[in-house]
Ligand binder design. Structure first.
Ligand SMILES: Nc1ncnc2c1ncn2[C@@H]1O[C@H](COP(=O)(O)OP(=O)(O)O)[C@@H](O)[C@H]1O
Ligand SMILES: [Mg+2]
Length: 336
């Protein structure tokens, strides 16, 4: 054994690789480890000179948001776009989602109860606590009538409240395309290539807030052809051009299969945050490879981010509703 680390979820063991110890051999004995030894092997990966094995702990330790944020000191002078969303399994380092260094748009996938909404709550809090409501705006769309987001009501970044009907959603998304094009002319006028530079300028003609479009359970509405067409069209038109304009989409679905999610749409959502899914097939569709079906659920995450190597395993912190209420109240104070 070369190294062993205990994380809140798993024991990460590294064994020296040899002809007698390969990834394939460990995988072949996966069910034997479970049935004979009671060991649930989450993942087996090849590393230089080693085989890295993750084994689930009998009892997981819940990770809470305050302990994760304790070491976070973002520079918020011009707003912040690097969102702290989880803690990496490998080295306990924070995992960030950034529309600046990663792809501009993100797909979140995971079966019911895997922790999609909790991850979105993390994203919303990360934005709200590191940006003033002038620096970032959030459009929250939730077909489930906002039941997971009650505590965010009154958050100054949430412009039009929570959108819970299709017509309103299509209208709002449509306006984004116009807004993006308008933003490009503002950039041109100020001779900068993106809003990050624009907002750093001492005297721009206008400062532009970063726009986050967060759409929970969007597959529910994609069953309606009119909605599917409108959303696919809008996302296609936004594409990667949205990054420089400071517009980022975060869409969550249980199973992003072809029937609820056209290929083109999936291709536009470049960052993948995949929680536990119900089959290897769904893992392949959402993550691009197998493995997410073996995650432990409840915020256990496999992330594939544009600009980062391979799949990163991580744990999303749990957010206490009381804590959300406290933070939302603090954000309201800020604008008084
Ligand atoms: N990161 C997490 N840490 C601990 N428990 C979690 C986490 N994420 C989710 N859970 C648990 O799972 C439940 C369902 O999570 P939720 O985000 O609503 O799932 P989904 O939106 O995918 O259906 C939560 O109420 C909570 O009890
Ligand atoms: Mg949910």
């Amino acid at each position: 054994m070369l190294s062993k680390i205990l994380t809140p979820n798993a024991a990460l063991l590294k064994f020296q690789g040899s002809a007698n110890l390969t990834v394939e051999q460990v995988l072949k004995r996966r069910s034997e480890f479970l049935t004979t030894h009671g060991l649930n092997v989450i993942s087996v990966r090849a590393a230089p000179g080693a085989v890295a094995i993750a084994i689930a702990r009998p009892n997981r330790r819940i990770l809470h948001l305050p302990e994760v944020w304790k070491h976070w000191n973002p520079n918020c002078l011009h707003g912040n776009h690097d969102l702290l969303i989880a803690v990496k399994e490998e080295d306990s380092a924070p995992l960030f989602l950034s529309p600046k260094s990663n792809a501009p748009h993100t797909l979140i996938a995971g079966s019911t109860g895997s922790g999609k909404s909790v991850l979105m709550q993390n994203i919303i809090l990360s934005i709200a606590c590191t940006n003033t409501s002038e620096q970032a705006k959030i459009v929250l769309i939730d077909p489930k009538l906002g039941v997971d987001y009650f505590s965010f009501e009154g958050l100054p970044h949430l412009q039009g409240g929570i959108i819970d009907d299709q017509q309103n959603s299509i209208l709002t998304l449509n306006e984004l395309v116009g807004e993006m094009n308008r933003r490009y002319s503002v950039l041109k006028e100020n001779k900068v290539s993106n809003i990050f530079d624009l907002n750093k300028k001492p005297n721009p003609t206008e400062r532009l807030p970063f726009l986050w479009i967060i759409h929970d359970e969007f597959a529910e509405w994609m069953m309606t052809p009119q909605y599917a067409d409108a959303v696919s069209d809008i996302v296609g038109r936004l594409g990667v051009k949205a990054r420089a304009a400071g517009i980022s989409l975060v869409f969550a679905a249980q199973r992003p299969d072809a029937n609820v999610m056209p290929m083109q749409l999936r291709a536009n959502l470049g960052n993948r945050l995949v929680l536990r899914v119900d089959s290897e097939g769904t893992s392949e569709i959402s993550l691009g490879e197998k493995g997410a079906e073996r995650l432990l659920g409840k915020g256990h995450l496999a992330a594939k981010l544009e600009g980062e190597m391979g799949v990163i395993h991580a744990q999303v912190p749990l957010v206490d509703p009381m804590f959300i209420a406290t933070l939302v109240a603090a954000c309201k104070e800020e604008i008084k």
